[in-house]
Design a protein around this ligand. Structure first.
Ligand SMILES: NC(=O)c1ccc[n+]([C@@H]2O[C@H](COP(=O)([O-])OP(=O)(O)OC[C@H]3O[C@@H](n4cnc5c(N)ncnc54)[C@H](OP(=O)(O)O)[C@@H]3O)[C@@H](O)[C@H]2O)c1
Length: 301
């Protein structure tokens, strides 16, 4: 794993998914470190405006552009795309990454449950057999799904129903900024090579309790409604549908329930609670005003 080497040349880190929930705060942390050059990989680099981050064209749909994006990198943060050919894509990308580079993969909690040979594990294996030193991050569900307009943000504006096919299981929601903080260490510091970090918040919350906490900051009461998986999959199709069905199945069997202390072990401070996250959302700005593109200026999305 590369150590920052300000004396010779900066440590160059490519952050894929830099506009996303973990990539954005990670890029901000890296840019604040001396001796680190941050390449912000996006399919739309013109939208990468974070201070100290060099916009870098990177798209899983454009393999011809990969070589330019990974040139001279010492470390890569890989946000896996959710598509059927991800294991092959990741393998092909890593073939072009300099052999000395350390790779940190964003996977998901208990990726091998229930299928130790499933899609998520095959993505992890593509990294593990790539010949690079590696770290796998396996986070639970992100708290930022509650401030993402593509998920539940509308709930925060006016309250309403939180439909979820949870089967009574609890989720150990994690703040994406805590994932980023662990990723920062794994990318730059020794001791993480060959390790799989399960990452969660400090407590597992049922969906009714989650709705109760959301009510505290929403513009009206939020009420959990248990729905069937079939109902939750309405409007989805193809691989997205299959992956979402598997994810809900994993929720229901409790794959996202166990609490791990990894955030505190790695960063030296406790993982943020959902209550603290939501208090911050409520006190900083009205949810409807949260910008979605320039996430570097948006602490909680
Ligand atoms: N969400 C969770 O709770 C969760 C939990 C465990 C694991 N994961 C995994 O983590 C990975 C990231 O998932 P995510 O859902 O959280 O995605 P994300 O990191 O928020 O975004 C992923 C990509 O979508 C594009 N994007 C981000 N924000 C956008 C916006 N506002 N409008 C348009 N495009 C935007 C960006 O790519 P470009 O800049 O290239 O367009 C971004 O890199 C996935 O592999 C997922 O399976 C997610």
């Amino acid at each position: 794993m590369p150590a920052p080497s300000a004396a010779t040349h900066p440590t160059r880190v490519l952050v894929t998914g830099v506009r996303g929930k973990t990539g954005s705060p990670l890029a901000e942390l890296l840019a604040a470190r001396a001796g680190v050059e941050v390449l912000g990989g996006s399919g739309d680099p013109a939208t990468v405006t974070a201070a100290g981050v060099r916009p870098t064209a990177f798209s899983w749909d454009d393999p011809a552009g990969w070589r330019g994006a990974v040139q001279g990198v010492d470390a890569v943060y890989l946000v896996r795309p959710d598509r059927p050919d991800t294991p092959e894509l990741v393998g092909a990308l890593l073939d072009q990454v300099p052999p000395r580079a350390h790779v940190v993969l964003l996977s998901e909690q208990a990726a091998d449950d229930p299928d130790p040979d499933g899609w998520a594990v095959r993505v992890e294996r593509a990294v593990e057999v790539s010949g690079h030193s590696w770290t796998v991050l396996r986070p639970s569900w992100f708290m930022q799904v509650f401030t993402d307009p593509r998920f539940y943000r509308d709930l925060l504006a006016g309250g309403g129903e939180l439909p979820f096919p949870d089967g009574g299981a609890a989720i150990a929601w994690i703040d994406a900024r805590d994932i980023a903080a662990v990723a920062e260490r794994a990318l730059l510091e020794p001791g993480h090579s060959g390790r799989v970090h399960e990452l969660t918040g400090p407590e597992a919350l049922t969906l009714p309790r989650t709705a109760e906490l959301l009510s505290g900051v929403a513009g009206g009461p939020v009420v959990h409604r248990e729905v069937t998986v079939e109902e939750a999959l309405t409007g989805t199709e193809g691989f997205d549908r299959d992956l979402l069905a598997l994810t809900y199945d994993r929720v229901r069997r409790g794959s996202f329930t166990p609490v791990a202390g990894t955030v505190e072990q790695v960063t030296g401070r406790p993982a943020r609670t959902l209550a603290a996250f939501l208090a911050e959302v409520g006190s900083t700005e009205r949810p409807a005003a949260v910008p979605i593109r320039n996430t570097a200026e948006t602490p909680v999305t």
